[in-house]
Design a protein around this ligand. Structure first.
Ligand code: NAD
Length: 478
């Protein structure tokens, strides 16, 4: 549920306010600004499923924000709080996100009002298939028109059901698997999709720490190594981001906030141990080796270098923003900071790496999955062994040198093994994701540092994204 106080703008209004701030300093033709901002269409469906001896009615949405490129793309969320305003806000963010990272899609989003914890796997399958049927028969799931993906409350399992449902309804569609992304590997998925959004958060932070000017803005020095991190939500996105940052970049995860409270340990928490505990016990309560606070959101206000909200929207709002101490916030979740809180933080000098960029790793790897499905071949399949054979030539020359030079020179012990291995799908996906995250960050950074009227990364991100959408409309003659 959105934690924003009721006197603040809704999530969709917040996104519009941020959009308006950016367009007010852009030079767009009259009317185009409104065309880009408004949501094209939202489909609401109410359907019944016979469960436990009675018919239960569910409400779902699929919103299409912009079709300047097709297919449109965006996740499907399963949560009790799903509503039209939220789905439309998320669809708008998808438009800007895809433009920013140059994924060739328009923006869309879907949601089903449901608490998945109330149903067993078989019931969830019946509900998901029925929802997918309702959307697919209106082309709101379609490889060329609308391609969903996982979001809060959904994952590989639901995507596999959706893909199968579409395939059953379109038995001769050779591209049926491309109707949805985030599928398991054995059902047409791609290596590295599950970790992609969290991995993208890691790559985003690495890029931030490559530039002294950016660090200075946040009053930081050095690198990610040794930085303290608090993460909210240890689901798909939060878990992977926290795991990679602690295991590969030397960050210390001091706080983890979940739906049933928060854990805090100045020495750092083991992400896998906490995740295992959550899977076993349904929450963080009772986890040993850390202080537990029932009022989880209070831990957002603890001292840390980097704050990673990775659960819900509106969690940093006018009610708590004045107590937020982190000088760098990376929005792994969509919309975790309300427009009002964003103003306060911006004026205070807190650096915010905005959602539309920070969590774009998911859609980026979804794009790779879609391309894989359409090309019907796994990445690397043609080149890998040829690459290895060429590397073999160099290694055998080096081995000859090694012999000739005796004690004077030798190859580093694991060089041969590392160099000989051609890239498999996972390495290629990570490389493509890293490249995408770096290039998109650099495009925001350029606007942020070079335009005097831009003082934050969010406005910079909107400007880059809106310019790209506007260019697509111009190319169409609009
Ligand atoms: P998820 O369902 O896997 O995880 C969400 C986590 O948040 C769960 O562990 C849940 O218990 C926790 N949570 C729920 N209520 C909470 C509360 N009040 N306080 C603290 N934690 C709470 O969802 P996800 O896929 O990780 O998505 C999280 C966010 O990231 C969403 O905003 C989503 O839109 C965004 N996102 C996800 C993806 C993706 O690929 N999955 C891509 C882009 C953006």
């Amino acid at each position: 549920m959105s934690a924003a106080p009721t006197n603040e703008p809704t999530f969709r209004e917040s996104v519009d306010l941020m959009f308006n701030r950016a367009v007010s300093i852009m030079d767009l033709p009259p009317g185009l600004e409104e065309k880009i901002r408004v949501c094209n269409a939202t489909y609401t469906v109410r359907f019944g499923v016979r469960l436990r001896g009675r018919i239960q009615t569910f409400t779902g949405y699929r919103s299409v924000h912009s079709e300047h490129m097709e297919p449109v793309k965006g996740g499907i969320r399963f949560a009790p709080s799903v509503n039209q305003d939220e789905v439309e806000a998320l669809a708008a963010l998808m438009t800007y996100k895809c433009a920013l990272v140059e994924a060739p899609f328009g923006g869309s989003k879907g949601g089903l009002c449901i608490d998945p914890r109330e149903f067993d796997a078989h019931e969830m399958e019946q509900i998901t298939r029925r929802f997918a049927y309702e959307l697919a028969k209106r082309d709101l799931i379609h490889p060329a028109q609308n391609v969903p993906a996982p979001d809060m409350g959904t994952g590989e399992r639901e995507m596999a059901w959706i893909a199968d449902q579409y395939a059953r309804m379109n038995t001769t569609d050779i591209n049926a698997r491309a109707c949805v992304t985030g599928k398991p590997l054995n059902a047409g998925g791609i290596a590295g999709r599950v970790e992609a959004t969290g991995r993208g958060v890691q790559y985003a932070l690495r890029e931030f720490f490559r530039d002294k000017r950016d660090m200075e803005q946040a009053g930081m020095t050095g690198s990610l190594d040794g930085k303290t991190v608090i993460v909210q939500g240890l689901g798909n996105v939060g878990y992977h981001a926290a795991k990679f940052l602690s295991e590969e970049d030397g960050c210390r995860i001091t706080g983890i906030i979940e739906h049933d409270g928060a854990l805090f340990n100045e020495e750092g928490l083991s992400i896998d141990a906490v995740r295992e505990w959550i899977v076993k016990h349904g929450g963080v309560t009772g986890f040993p080796d850390a202080a537990h606070t029932a009022e989880g959101a209070a831990v957002l206000e603890e001292e840390c270098d980097i704050l990673i909200p990775a659960a819900l929207e509106g969690v940093i709002n006018l009610g708590n923003v004045h107590r937020i101490k982190a000088s760098l916030i990376i929005e792994a979740a969509n919309g975790p900071i309300t427009a009002g809180a964003d103003d306060v933080l911006r004026n205070k000098g807190t650096v915010i790496i905005p959602d539309m960029y920070a969590n774009a790793g998911g859609v980026t790897v979804s794009y790779f999955e879609w391309v894989k499905n359409l090309s019907h071949i796994r990445f690397g399949r043609m080149q890998r062994r040829q690459e290895e054979a060429r590397h073999e030539l160099i290694v055998s020359e080096l081995e000859r040198l090694d012999e000739m030079l005796g004690d004077r020179w030798s190859m580093t012990p694991d060089f041969k093994q590392k160099y000989l291995r051609g890239a498999g799908e996972l390495e290629l996906v990570r490389s493509g994701l890293d490249d995408t995250m770096r290039i998109a960050y650099q495009s925001m950074r350029e606007v942020w540092h070079e335009r005097e009227d831009v003082t934050d990364l969010r406005t910079a991100a909107y400007i880059v994204a809106i310019e790209k959408v506007a260019a697509a409309y111009r190319a169409k003659g609009l």
